[in-house]
Write a protein that binds this ligand. Structure first.
Ligand SMILES: Nc1ncnc2c1ncn2[C@@H]1O[C@H](COP(=O)(O)OP(=O)(O)O)[C@@H](O)[C@H]1O
Ligand SMILES: Cc1ncc(C[n+]2csc(CCOP(=O)(O)OP(=O)(O)O)c2C)c(N)n1
Ligand SMILES: [Mg+2]
Ligand SMILES: [Mg+2]
Ligand SMILES: [Mg+2]
Length: 307
């Protein structure tokens, strides 16, 4: 059993530090040197709400904690810079779990191109994680939720429906199809695509954390427009179809309302070529709210912590 400070030394050994870090992890606060406007976002991951230790390895949870946060930086069109990780866990938890969690977090930091510059440890009844991610606009304009205009094209980049199919599989006590379960345990965030979309002229953007329809409804509300999703443009992955068939759930529901894949969804001016890897899913029109094939959607729009 290590002391708190021995554990911090173990966790922070070998962190990869970017050029924009002036004072790294280990002091009272980190100091960064950013070229443009600073972008800040935070998301928590709570045991039994966002993950279960029976389902996920510590390493997967560490990776997911970083991925879901950097995803929000991508969604602004920012360059991801750094993260801080606050972690609370039961006193009787095997400390190897914590070391493995941090190893996963550091691994995802490298994949996402961010430096781990700080954090905090505490004890608590359940594992609770809070990551704050910092990015840099580097002189470019943020892509908010408020810029969509009638006539714009709605497009997505990344997976949709996989993570929620994985959740259903895990909830039923199964472990396959393996690739949907893997997506639930650690989403494959399309790193770099936020900046690509911004450069391609995206007018509004967000990451799909709660569900495509529910998240597009945020753009619709902020931009005061209507967003219509065209199901003829929606591809339902074969693995998701298998889970739908096995569980008797409608396959489209996973893709339209399943959360946690952290695809990026954005609107682009009509006629603008979409960046490579993006696919059209709908259209922006005058009006309000979200429709599917021109009709209101009577199913769930996505996850609601208090719904
Ligand atoms: N406790 C809070 N205090 C202040 N702002 C909050 C709080 N919780 C959420 N927000 C803000 O509300 C907005 C929506 O939050 P959320 O739905 O969690 O965003 P996302 O899905 O992108 O993570 C964000 O701007 C977030 O910063
Ligand atoms: C044990 C468990 N139960 C349920 C879920 C499903 N789930 C939890 S949070 C969430 C939505 C995304 O999380 P949130 O905290 O809302 O992220 P944000 O939108 O703030 O980025 C979903 C679909 C899960 N991942 N694990
Ligand atoms: Mg959030
Ligand atoms: Mg978001
Ligand atoms: Mg988020």
């Amino acid at each position: 059993m290590s002391s708190e400070f021995e554990l911090i030394d173990t966790i922070t050994a070998g962190v990869v530090v970017g050029d924009d870090v002036v004072v790294p992890v280990g002091d009272d606060a980190a100091v960064l040197s950013l070229a443009g406007h600073t972008v800040v976002t935070t998301d928590m991951l709570i045991e039994n709400v966002h993950f279960k230790r029976q389902w996920s390895s510590a390493r997967s949870i560490g990776r997911k904690a970083i991925a879901v946060n950097v995803s929000d930086l991508e969604a602004m069109g920012a360059r991801p810079s750094s993260v801080v990780i606050a972690l609370a866990f039961p006193k009787d938890l095997d400390q190897q779990w914590v070391v493995d969690f941090e190893a996963g977090a550091k691994e995802e930091c490298v994949a996402a191109g961010v430096s781990l510059v700080g954090g905090d440890l505490s004890s608590s009844a359940h594992v609770a994680i809070c990551v704050t991610a910092i990015g840099d606009m580097e002189g470019t304009a943020p892509v908010t939720r408020a810029g969509a205009r009638p006539g714009d094209v709605v497009a997505v980049c990344g997976k949709l429906g996989w993570a929620s199919a994985g959740l259903v599989v895990l909830q039923r006590g199964f472990g396959s199809p393996k690739d949907v379960v893997a997506e639930q345990l650690t989403p494959s965030v399309p790193y770099g695509q936020g900046i690509a979309a911004a450069r391609a002229g995206a007018t509004a953007m967000l990451d799909v954390s709660d569900g495509l329809l529910g998240d597009l409804a945020h753009i619709a509300e902020s931009s005061q427009v209507l967003i219509d999703v065209d199901t003829a443009l929606i591809e339902i992955p074969e693995q998701v179809q298998r889970v739908a068939a096995a569980t008797g759930k409608p396959p489209l529901g996973f893709v339209l309302a399943g959360g946690e894949d952290h695809a990026l969804a954005a609107t682009f001016p009509p006629g603008a070529p979409l960046p490579v890897g993006w696919r059209r899913v709908g259209t922006v029109a005058e009006g309000s709210g979200v429709t599917v094939d021109g009709q209101p959607w009577d199913g769930s729009l996505g996850w609601d912590h208090f719904g």
